[in-house]
Ligand binder design. Structure first.
Ligand code: CMC
Length: 431
């Protein structure tokens, strides 16, 4: 925990209260209000946590004005270009880039945990075939706590480590099997001679009748999508994992809670919603109509893939994703892709409109990722599961950090109560 270097003073009803201020390594100062209620008898009010730090952390930092995302200090664009997903997983989990030997050991550990308990197949088979893969993932990830009892004791550091590796290793298998079940094809078992991204692509696209040749450029693009989504500070799903975990719940239950939260269209569900929106727009001539709808206060429609709570200049992940989209479409020989065309023109039109620039609404990571995933052959329903599998390492790293933090307490927000004061029950015949 940081040391306080200065104080803020709150004047209230003629009394003054000193509140310690912490200075982070980067970012704005943080006022410590933990003793505010005990000393001053008031709560603070901050729906959506727009000004509230719920924890201290050393994992990820975002500077929304600069459009900067750092993992353990390393900029995301450098990691996307020079590193790969499993190395970034190691960095997030353990704090530093690994030596060659440490990376090899880590990759072996992950690779040795890619299979699912055979009995877990029956969980998949219990769902309707048309179930959304995210619905299957929420259920199956939660069900891991019923299969891996030997890694649910959160007080045991070794069990926490095993649970972390299991989650990172098995999530691609779970996501791929959710897809296979959804499409009515047989499950494909993992192959441990393949790298993480190639293995995932093969488990999704291989069928017993025909072997799937993994294209290294597509596998690299897949790996980059995983890397770009690996962690993102205290976002909604990560905060959900932390809150669930604050009660002492087991790691699989907590990560299932994260998957559920990610599903929403304001969060990880935006990639599916964005591609569906681009398809609905269909042709560039309809862009003005949709921009007008997004600006209309009486219309709930929003431009999906636009805007971010923290980024107020640009989303550095979107920049890399846009480049990747061009590369992948080029590789696959997809020229004049109408969805990409609409996306590019929509971006230009929105950025030329004062409504979007004044509110600092820019394309986010989800704006271009769907185009790449669609070109690779994924249906829109798989976009959010791919986000979930990529973000698992972020959730796990933040969960591990929280468990090891002596400040850790059960999360229990207060409220501004505006309901009725105490009143007597009225018998039904008198109402
Ligand atoms: N289209 C049109 N108007 C928008 C949009 C949008 N995409 N996003 C925000 N606004 C407006 C909003 O109406 C509000 O206007 P006003 O001040 O006049 O009421 C203003 O901009 C601020 O919006 P907010 O909802 O208060 O901002 P927020 O920080 O609570 O929400 C957000 C951030 C990402 C939920 C929001 O921008 C949004 O709904 N975007 C579309 C969904 C999306 O792309 N989500 C993916 C986020 S990145 C991946 C991830 O983290 O999961």
């Amino acid at each position: 925990m940081a040391e306080s270097t200065k104080n803020a003073t709150l004047q209230l009803d003629g009394k003054s209260f000193d509140l310690p201020i912490f200075s982070p390594t980067v970012g704005p100062d943080v006022i410590d209000i933990r003793k505010l209620y005990a000393n001053a008898g008031v709560f603070t009010y901050d729906p959506g946590f727009t000004s509230t730090a719920a924890c201290d952390s050393t994992i990820t930092f975002i500077d929304g004005d600069k459009g900067e995302l750092l993992h353990r200090g390393y900029p995301i664009d450098q990691l996307a270009e020079k590193s790969h997903y499993l190395e970034v997983c190691y960095l997030l989990l353990y704090g530093d880039l690994p030596s060659a030997q440490a990376l090899e050991d880590f990759e072996n550990r992950v690779t040795n945990h890619t299979m699912l308990h055979e009995q877990m197949q029956y969980f998949f088979r219990g769902f309707r075939r048309d179930a959304h893969p995210m619905a299957i993932m929420v259920g199956v990830v939660g069900a891991m706590s019923a299969f891996y009892h030997d890694s649910t004791d959160i007080t045991d550091a070794w069990q926490r480590e095993v649970a972390s590796i299991r989650l990172i290793a098995k999530m691609p298998t779970i996501a791929a099997w959710a897809y296979k079940y959804h499409t009515g094809q047989p499950f494909v078992y993992p192959r441990n001679d393949l790298d993480y991204a190639s293995n995932f692509l093969r488990m999704c696209f291989s069928v017993p009748a025909e072997e799937y040749e993994v294209n290294p450029i597509l596998s690299r693009a897949m790996d980059r999508i995983f890397t770009l989504h690996a962690d993102h500070e205290q976002n909604a799903s990560t905060s959900t994992v932390r809150l669930a975990s604050s009660s002492g719940a087991n790691p699989f239950a907590c990560i299932a809670a994260g998957v559920a939260c990610l599903w929403g269209p304001a969060h990880g569900g935006a990639n599916q919603a964005c591609l569906e929106m681009l398809r609905e727009i269909g042709t560039p001539d309809r862009i003005p109509e949709f921009i007008d709808r997004a600006k209309d206060k009486n219309d709930p429609f929003r431009l999906m893939g636009f805007g971010h709570r923290v980024y107020k200049n640009f989303d550095p992940r979107a920049k890399v994703m846009k480049q990747s989209a061009d590369e992948v479409l080029d590789l696959l020989g997809i020229e004049n892709n109408p969805t990409l065309q609409v996306a590019k023109e929509l971006e230009v039109a929105a950025l030329a409109d004062p409504y979007f620039t004044e509110k600092k609404l820019f394309p986010n990571v989800d704006f271009y990722s769907g185009i790449i995933l669609e070109a690779m052959g994924f249906p829109t329903s798989m976009f959010t599961p791919i986000f979930a599998l990529s973000r698992t390492v972020g959730w796990v790293s933040q969960w591990k950090e929280m468990i090891g933090d002596p400040q850790n307490k059960i999360g229990r927000p207060r409220q501004l109560y505006l309901g009725s004061t105490a009143r007597d029950y009225t018998d039904i015949e008198k109402r």
